[in-house]
Write a protein that binds this ligand. Sequence first.
Ligand SMILES: Nc1ncnc2c1ncn2[C@@H]1O[C@H](COP(=O)(O)OP(=O)(O)OP(=O)(O)O)[C@@H](O)[C@H]1O
Ligand SMILES: [Mg+2]
Length: 364
Amino acid sequence: MATIVFDQITKTFFDGKKGGAFTAVNKANFEIKDKEFLVFVGPSGCGKTTSLRMIAGLEKQTEGNIYIDDQLVNHVHPKDRDIAMVFQDYALYPHMSIKQNLSFGLKNMKTEKTLIDDKVEYATKILGLDELLERKPRELSGGQRQRVAVGRAIVRDPKVFLFDEPLSNLDAKLRVQMRIELAELHQRLGATIVYVTHDQVEAMTLGQRIVVMNKGEIQQIASPQELYAKPANIFVAGFIGSPAMNFLPAKVASANEILIGDRLWPIPKEIKKMTEGYIGEEVIFGIRPEHIKLSLGEEGDLDVNIKVFEHLGAENLLYFSVNESDIIAKISGESFVRPGENVRVSFQMEKMHLFNKKTEQRIG
Ligand SMILES: Nc1ncnc2c1ncn2[C@@H]1O[C@H](COP(=O)(O)OP(=O)(O)OP(=O)(O)O)[C@@H](O)[C@H]1O
Ligand SMILES: [Mg+2]
């Protein structure tokens, strides 16, 4: 069993010289389930590493309680928390062989030699490190080094694995490969994993649940599917998905229609309830690029002038503006449009999102 609870956790850094205080994490509440793969995602400086370091006990929270397996760990030393952390730079010992790197932590804990050998062999097998054991870290590729860093965590057989952007030093192809390996590893080990990244694709593919953070505040905790379909606010809506969701100022004209610029768009029956209580109000309309379609000239669609056309292979991107807002549409790789061309597009209104203009929170 390994569950983790953050109960009203705040971390404030005090700058002794300037006498200032900076809140890196503000009143965070969440519960990580046993054997869960939970991902923290958010822009640089939003408090991801600080949160991870507080779980590990490497950073002490300013306020609030942390529980591991229902035990209050506020005063439990990092080495007694039974947690292994894999850092972004892997922190391997350069003068030691891979085998020594894997066994060093256990030796330090005065583990019996036969047990160390067993555990190192287990990790070696799981990660395919057999051929590399006698080499030094500098003789390994980035991906291999990353695997050794994970191996070093595995031999400790911890309750919880913490990963801080472990793939950010790898090239794109290797990142995809290691991502698959990590997902498989999670299944094989049946371990609780907390994983930090600023890459939303990594978050969406690895996380069973995702914690989206911004400026020290948790914005939403949800499954990848829910984050995509029902982002809680404009920040999450713009952060999850690539290219990002398009936003346009709008006004709910009636229960059946929404005014975007100078055009009325019908609100599909199924989502009519969304606008309850917002009739007559100004709102922010959101539509994902993949929910804008090239239309075949049907009545009532939108005429736009294509500024840029990007050919990506499986799909193409169209750039244009609507009422002076820049809009991106993602269309099939087989559809071609020339820059400067006038085309008709339509919004898939059943996929629309609405946000409160003042609070930026999701409506409906
Ligand atoms: N020891 C410290 N003293 C003062 N401020 C700190 C300290 N550690 C972190 N911070 C600040 O706290 C905020 C959160 O930092 P943190 O490292 O958690 O961000 P992050 O989300 O991991 O970002 P990145 O994606 O860049 O790694 C940042 O603004 C950072 O400058
Ligand atoms: Mg960080």
